[in-house]
Design a protein around this ligand. Structure first.
Ligand SMILES: NC(=O)c1ccc[n+]([C@@H]2O[C@H](COP(=O)([O-])OP(=O)(O)OC[C@H]3O[C@@H](n4cnc5c(N)ncnc54)[C@H](O)[C@@H]3O)[C@@H](O)[C@H]2O)c1
Length: 274
């Protein structure tokens, strides 16, 4: 038996939340390249079916676009029924949807983004998507896996769920500060890592494996000084490309990781090594 066949995802159905995002599209492509049927799940009104059609045309597998809100149990139930009536099974769930205060979308300087001024409503909104969303999707889709007797859940966390944000990364060469990284993003990602361990222990007996994938920062049209700060802070000397996580994702999704649950696979160019 060729053990590398364990990486194949043919005859498996995978759901990716936040599928239209920067890394989400690459998660979907990775699953498609490994042969999975892929459900492209993202917020109401987003062009999910368009991307599903693109993937299907490129890789020849089946794909379905589904609009849902990870914080809304009714929309998740409706999605589950739609997926089961179309494909009959749910084998892989990638809890990828999240709200992140990314450098490229933030400004405001030291004062506005400081911990002391961080707004409660934003804290609650980020916790709702990043933590409650992972809980709800696992409850709705994962319960189906437990009923079927197996599956793989991959919760996407971050290096900032493991180590504190390095606030010096957000300082320009002239000494002015673009922003502080928020308190809620690391808190939410730390919660995802802890929740992964809870669920792995809970569903081990049901054959549902639950692991975390913790990516490092992806280069995405940030200003050059930020990319340089980040690269200098990273042993491999660069920010990630969005495709750097494809191998790790397929590994966790497939039988290649069949004896692995409750783990946190860190793919960060060594960022958390020092
Ligand atoms: N980009 C990075 O540098 C980086 C680094 C480490 C970890 N991560 C993590 O990787 C994952 C993907 O990051 P990304 O950079 O691709 O993010 P992104 O912002 O590009 O995409 C996030 C996607 O989630 C969707 N989404 C948001 N709220 C939702 C909701 N309520 N219901 C359904 N979908 C919702 C958005 O529409 C969007 O398509 C996230 O969990 C993020 O925290 C990203």
């Amino acid at each position: 038996m060729n053990d590398m066949r364990a990486f194949s995802l043919t005859e498996k159905t995978a759901i990716v939340t936040g599928a239209l995002g920067l890394i989400g599209r690459n998660h979907c492509a990775a699953l498609a390249e490994a042969g999975a049927t892929v459900v492209i799940a993202d917020v109401e009104g987003s062009p999910v079916q368009e991307f599903a059609d693109e993937l299907q045309a490129e890789h020849g597998m089946q794909a379905l676009g589904v609009n849902l809100d990870v914080t809304n149990p009714d929309s998740l139930q409706a999605a589950k029924e739609q997926i089961l009536s179309r494909f009959g099974t749910i084998d892989i769930l990638v809890n990828n949807a999240a709200v992140n205060d990314m450098v490229e979308n933030r400004s405001g300087g030291a004062e506005e983004t400081s911990f002391e001024n961080y707004p409660l409503d934003l804290w609650r909104r980020v916790m709702d998507v990043n933590v409650t969303g992972v809980f709800l999707c696992s409850q709705v889709f994962g319960a189906e896996m437990a009923r079927q007797g197996g599956g793989s859940i991959i919760n996407i966390a971050s290096t900032y769920g493991i180590v504190a944000p390095d606030q010096s990364l957000y300082v320009r060469p002239d000494g002015s500060r673009l922003m502080y990284k928020s308190p809620v993003y690391p808190a939410s990602k730390g919660a995802v890592i802890a929740f992964t361990r809870f669920l792995a222990a809970y569903w081990g007996v049901s054959g549902v494996r639950v692991n975390t994938l913790s990516p490092g920062g992806v280069e995405n049209s940030q200003e050059a000084w930020f990319v340089e700060n980040y690269a200098r802070r990273t042993p491999l000397g660069r920010m990630a490309e969005p495709s750097d996580y494809k191998g790790a994702l397929v590994f966790l999704a497939s039988d290649a990781s069949r004896y692995m649950t409750g783990a946190n696979l860190v793919v960060d160019g060594g960022f958390t090594a020092w």
